[in-house]
Design a protein around this ligand. Sequence first.
Ligand code: GRF
Length: 198
Amino acid sequence: MSHKRVAILISGSGSNMVALAESMQGDHPARTCLVLSNRPDAGGLAKAAAMGIPTAMVDHRPFGRDRAGFEAALRDALDAARPDLIALAGFMRILTPEFVAAYAGRILNIHPSLLPNYRGLDTHARAIAAGDTEAGCTVHEVTPELDDGPILGQARVPILSGDTPETLAARVLPMEHRLYPLVLRRVAEGERGLITLP
Ligand code: GRF
């Protein structure tokens, strides 16, 4: 059986990338074919290289507002790795509808909130400010609308009194590292049923 090829896109530390890459071994039907960053200083690039995973970097800054130009360069690097699935993992660039359409149904993302609540940024601060009693993360299919695609997995954690965005993020992140690999494996096996944790 040939493995499904998974490209992982990052912008930062790549802790979700590491969790995903470490999960794809043994009888897992997928393997990481590329780790691609839009930032030269992304810590995840060194981690991927240390794991023996091919890496690439397309710096978005020289393209300025030319989003299409950046995405053309991104797609060159991506298509060279022939991915079957693309996992956005701490990838902080908004993708155009054209890019999303080119890989329709094959892009996943993890977002640090219980979607549809708190699309966009600063999710933990917003949940705390709203007085919510729980928070979490969501893995969803990427569609042209930001943080809006079909939900494939969710993990919930309590918000405790005295929580700051940092203490809440620290409680959510380990759940991201559990949830994302479970969802990716299910998608790689051809299933899209909802996974919920705990
Ligand atoms: C995480 O909170 C993730 O939910 C968000 O980016 C943050 C950093 O992720 N998408 P990573 O450590 O770079 O995987």
